[in-house]
Design a protein around this ligand. Structure first.
Ligand code: PLP
Length: 396
C-alpha cells in the first residue's frame, strides 16, 4: 500500500512499541512463556499474578489512585454497562419496588446510552438524559436540575468522543455528592489528553479503555473508589476480588500498563504532549474551515482547553460522510464520520443532532483525530487529500 496517514485515534490508537514489547513474552508459544492463570497457586500462576499486580500498580500510580480500587475488565463498554446494571441490582437487592432514577446525558457513548435505554425498556430504571449546550458541553446546573430524591446514579462522560468537549467533571461530581448520589464518569477519551488524578476528583466510579492510548483491544479498567457499593455484572470464579469474574488477561494488562507509561506518564508529560497536539488540532481546524463548504461542528477556538486536543469535527455541505471517508481512504487517509461504533449506520450522529445541528448538515460530518505521533506532514498530506476530495465532489 502506498503512503497512509492514520487520523482516527479516537476510534483506536495503533498498538504502541512499548505495549508490543511488553506483551511479546506473554504471547510466545514456548515453555518460557509467562501466560498462565494468575489465580493458580503454583510457581507459573504466581509469576502471572505478579505481572498482573505490577500492571495494576503502574495504572494506579498514573491514574492517581490505589491499586485495590482498579479492576480489569474487557473494555470500557463492559465497565460502563457494569456501573449502570449495578445501580439497578442494588435496588433489587434492597427489595425496593420503584426502579432507580439515573441521570445521564443524551451525548454519552452508546455503552452508556444504550445500556440506559435497555434498562428503561425493561422497566428496571427511570433515566433522565440531559441535553448538552450547542457547544457540546454539559452544564453542571442542568445535571443538578435533573437530580431528584430518588436519583441513585449520575453518569457523565469526561470528554465526548465525537466533539471532544471537556465536561466539568469536578463540578458535576460535587453536585451529585451534595445530594448523596453516586457519580460515574466515562473517562475513555480524557486519558492521556489531560492530566488526571482520580484521588482529587469527586468521582466514585470511572471507565477506561486500553486501546485508545496504544494498548491492546479488549482490555479496560473499572475504577471503584474504596467503599463504593457495587453489584458485579459478571459472576463466577470471583477474580478481581469478586468485582469482575473471569480469568484475567495478564498479557493485555501488561500491555496497557506499558502504554500508560509511554503515552500518559506524568501530568507534565501529558501537558507537553497536549500542547503539541492542540497546535495540530488548531491548524487542522483553520485549514479545513477555510473551505467555504466546511464549518466547525463546535466552536473550538485556538488554544482552547474546553476541547480535548485530539479531535477535529467538521460538517461539510454537499458531501456525505461515507463518501468522504471512502474517497479519503483511497487517497491514503484513515478518518471517520462520527464514532467508529456507529460508522456502519446510515443515520446521522445522535450526538450532532443533540447539539442542534440539522440532519442534512449532520450527514456531512467528518471526525479527524490525532495522536502523539501525528506530524505536521501528516496534516499537510490530509489537507491536500481533503482539498482534492472536495474538488471531485463539487464536480470541478
Ligand atoms: N466510551 C467512549 C467515550 C469511547 O470512545 C469508547 C470507544 O469507542 C468506549 C466507551 C468503548 O470502549 P471499548 O472499545 O473499550 O469498549
Amino acid at each position: 500500500m502506498s503512503e497512509r496517514v492514520y487520523l482516527d485515534y479516537a476510534a483506536t490508537a495503533p498498538l504502541c512499541d512499548a505495549a508490543a514489547a511488553a506483551m511479546a513474552p506473554f504471547m510466545a508459544a514456548d515453555a518460557a512463556a509467562v501466560q498462565y492463570n494468575a489465580n493458580s497457586l503454583h510457581a507459573e500462576g504466581r509469576a502471572s499474578f505478579t505481572a498482573l499486580e505490577q500492571a495494576r500498580e503502574i495504572a494506579a500510580r498514573i491514574l492517581g489512585t490505589r491499586a485495590h480500587e482498579l479492576y480489569f475488565t474487557s473494555g470500557a463498554t463492559e465497565s460502563n454497562n457494569a456501573v449502570l446494571f449495578s445501580c439497578v441490582a442494588r435496588r433489587l437487592q434492597k427489595s425496593q419496588s420503584t426502579p432507580p432514577h439515573i441521570v445521564t446525558t443524551s451525548i454519552e457513548h452508546d455503552a452508556i446510552f444504550q445500556a440506559a435505554q435497555q434498562l428503561e425498556s425493561l422497566g428496571l430504571a427511570r433515566v433522565t438524559y440531559v441535553k448538552p449546550l450547542a457547544s457540546g458541553h454539559v452544564e453542571p446546573d442542568a445535571i443538578a436540575a435533573a437530580m431528584s430524591d430518588d436519583t441513585t446514579l449520575v453518569s457523565v462522560m469526561a470528554v465526548n468522543n465525537e466533539t471532544s468537549a471537556v465536561n466539568d467533571i469536578a463540578a458535576i461530581g460535587e453536585l451529585a455528592h451534595e445530594r448523596g448520589i453516586l457519580f460515574h464518569s466515562d473517562m475513555v477519551q480524557l486519558l492521556g489528553k489531560a492530566p488526571l488524578n482520580l484521588a482529587q476528583l469527586p468521582v466514585d466510579a470511572a471507565s477506561f479503555s486500553a486501546h485508545k492510548i496504544g494498548g491492546p483491544k479488549g482490555l479496560g479498567l473499572l475504577y471503584l473508589k474504596a467503599g463504593t457499593p457495587f453489584v458485579p455484572l459478571l459472576v463466577g470464579g470471583g477474580q478481581e476480588h469478586g468485582i469482575r469474574s473471569g480469568t484475567q488477561n495478564v498479557c493485555a494488562a501488561v500491555g496497557f500498563a506499558a502504554a500508560l507509561e509511554q503515552y500518559v506518564g506524568t501530568a507534565e508529560d501529558i501537558e507537553e504532549q497536549a500542547v503539541q497536539m492542540r497546535e495540530l488540532r488548531d491548524t487542522l481546524y483553520e485549514r479545513l474551515c477555510a473551505f467555504p463548504a466546511v464549518r466547525p461542528t463546535v466552536p473550538c477556538e485556538r488554544g482552547s482547553s474546553a476541547y480535548a486536543p485530539h479531535i477535529v469535527n467538521v460538517c461539510v455541505t454537499g458531501v456525505e460522510s461515507e463518501t468522504m471517508i471512502l474517497q479519503l481512504d483511497i487517497a491514503g487517509c484513515a478518518v471517520s464520520g462520527g464514532s467508529a461504533c456507529s460508522s456502519h449506520s446510515l443515520e446521522p450522529s445522535r450526538v450532532l443532532l443533540e447539539l442542534g445541528i440539522d440532519r442534512d448538515t449532520a450527514f456531512g460530518s467528518l471526525r479527524v483525530s490525532i495522536g502523539p505521533e501525528t506530524s505536521r506532514a501528516d496534516i499537510d498530506y490530509f489537507c491536500k487529500a481533503f482539498e482534492d476530495m472536495l474538488r471531485v465532489a463539487s464536480g470541478e
